[in-house]
Design a protein around this ligand. Structure first.
Ligand SMILES: C[S@@+](CC[C@H](N)C(=O)[O-])C[C@H]1O[C@@H](n2cnc3c(N)ncnc32)[C@H](O)[C@@H]1O
Length: 379
């Protein structure tokens, strides 16, 4: 008989003791339970041998292009003698080590001013980060939290690749003209879905305000004849809070977020009517979100409209949302794309690298689904 995930009895006990839990709480436990959560159990593996790829695992050209972008930001800031590069949720640190290595080779003036901080909640991943970044000495710091990682304010760039999609979400469903929340409950020993009143009144208000379920689109543009019966809204309370926290620390510079996501206009037009939350295991999407708690990644597309609104509230200057393809194309054309092939010693290798580059850029790969949101402060 297959053994049960160690998190399962923990969740069952919690539900038996105090009733159904919100999906937000469930996702939080599945990803971040101190012993059995996906990111904290030591089981997480990114890349080919793991459960999912991020752009950093596809090809080093992603890191190289980001290095160029940061070099430009440093120049825009007037080449300060200390430039902080703070990465949120760096995972195994592959992107960081490729970035730092590239900056060292290609932009030595920036390298001399650079201070890199990894903000990673998982102790296992912090250990791995420590190993992969040890060669950079005291130019790098690894912290559990933003506050611990940075003393007071700093200037530079805070960036995150696939950080916001790993934040837990509440699931609200529009039923008969009002919001209901989806909970995880028990039938015997089995986890199952149930629905009830939103766990806090703020959630329903937030969903009303942002998702505007009653809003009718011009004729022909509205799926389901305008009714949004059964549509799901995903609300991440931490997403806005993170923008505020980051903005509070950044004195001058940029926040750069790369993730897959949607805008509320797109939601209105029928993007993710059933919600976007998904599980990932061994590179396969898992639609049963309740299966194998703690043993699969859980993720939800990022609501970029919410991030933009939070940034505007913080007084940040928000650049329009860009596709990953256009962001990389603008920067990479200068020379990074050409360099990808510079040391190819066979046609087969050239073909392989070209396929990987296409994965990053083409719409059917990561080029359109992934977006880049840039926000500036006094830049
Ligand atoms: C999907 S992974 C992204 C990994 C990496 N950025 C990449 O591109 O390969 C999300 C990461 O965010 C981290 N994370 C989630 N919540 C966090 C928090 N509150 N503070 C710091 N790190 C967090 C997770 O532990 C995990 O390493």
């Amino acid at each position: 008989m297959p053994s049960q995930p160690p998190l399962l009895p923990v969740i069952r006990d919690l539900i038996r003791a105090s009733g159904p839990i919100t999906f937000h709480r469930f996702m939080e436990l599945c990803l971040y339970h101190p012993q059995h959560g996906y990111y904290n159990s030591g089981r997480v593996r990114l890349g080919a041998a793991g459960d999912f790829y991020t752009s950093a695992h596809v090809t080093p050209v992603f890191a190289r292009i980001l290095a160029r972008h940061f070099q430009r930001t440093w120049v825009s800031l007037g080449r300060p003698s200390t430039f902080d590069l703070v990465e949120m949720g760096p995972g195994d640190g592959l992107l960081a080590s490729e970035l730092l290595s590239r900056i060292g080779q290609r932009f030595p003036e920036l390298a001399a001013c650079l201070r890199y901080t990894a903000v990673e909640q998982s102790a296992h991943l912090r250990k791995r980060l420590g190993e992969s970044l040890s060669c950079y000495g005291d130019r790098t710091r690894i912290a559990e939290d933003l506050t611990a990682g940075t003393e007071g304010e700093f200037q530079g760039c805070v960036f995150a690749n696939e950080f916001f999609d790993a934040l837990p979400v509440h699931l609200l469903v529009w039923r008969d003209g009002r919001w209901r929340e989806r909970y995880v409950s028990l039938l015997g020993d089995q986890l199952q879905w149930s629905e009830g009143e939103p766990s806090t009144p703020d959630l329903a208000q937030e969903a009303d305000l942002r998702f505007a379920p009653g809003l009718e689109l011009p004729e022909g543009e509205s799926p389901d004849g305008g009714s949004k019966e059964g549509w799901a809204a995903e609300i991440s309370p931490q997403a806005g809070t993170w923008i505020e926290r980051i903005s509070g620390r950044l004195r001058r510079g940029e926040i750069l977020l790369i993730d897959y996501g949607y805008t509320l206009e797109e939601w209105q037009r029928g993007r993710f009517p059933q919600g976007s939350a998904l599980g990932y295991r061994k590179h396969q999407a898992v639609y049963d979100l309740l299966s194998s708690p703690g043993e699969q990644d859980l993720t939800a597309h990022v609501n970029f409209s919410q991030l933009t609104a939070a940034a505007e509230r913080c007084g940040l200057r928000v650049h329009g949302l860009q596709s990953q393809a256009s962001f990389l194309m603008e920067l990479g054309q200068e020379d990074e794309f050409g360099e990808v092939f510079a040391d190819c010693d066979s046609e087969a290798e050239r073909l392989r690298r070209s396929q990987l580059l296409k994965t990053l850029i083409l719409p059917q790969g990561m080029g359109e689904a992934f977006r880049v949101l840039r926000m500036e402060k006094e830049l």
